[in-house]
Design a protein around this ligand. Structure first.
Ligand SMILES: [Zn+2]
Length: 100
């Protein structure tokens, strides 16, 4: 599931859907992004899963893979760094495009 665009009262916007239960993760503190950290080779890319924290154990049991995880609350700062994003500038730009 991952990231999807959902129509909301304020317009279409990105949301994160749990890869285990298929429902929306409404609060960053309720979710993790997780990956199978089998390799530490520089530049290696791995699939990412978005999971409610309470869905993570069942997802691991189902997939048979133990995943590394980080809370969704820290995902945006890491993405901003990796995208060389000026967060304040991006926020202003988003506010001119639609109501946040
Ligand atoms: Zn879930």
């Amino acid at each position: 599931m991952g990231i999807r665009i959902e129509n909301t009262p304020h317009g279409a916007g990105p949301v994160i859907i749990c890869d285990y239960c298929g429902t929306r993760i409404h609060a960053a503190r309720d979710g993790n992004y997780e990956w199978a950290g089998l390799s530490t080779a520089l530049g290696e890319r791995m699939a990412v899963y978005f999971l409610h924290k309470w869905c993570s154990p069942a997802h691991e049991a189902q997939s048979g893979i133990v995943l590394d995880s980080m809370e969704l609350a820290v995902m945006l700062p890491y993405l901003a760094q990796n995208l060389r994003l000026d967060f304040d500038e991006a926020l202003c730009h988003a506010e001119t495009l639609s109501e946040l």
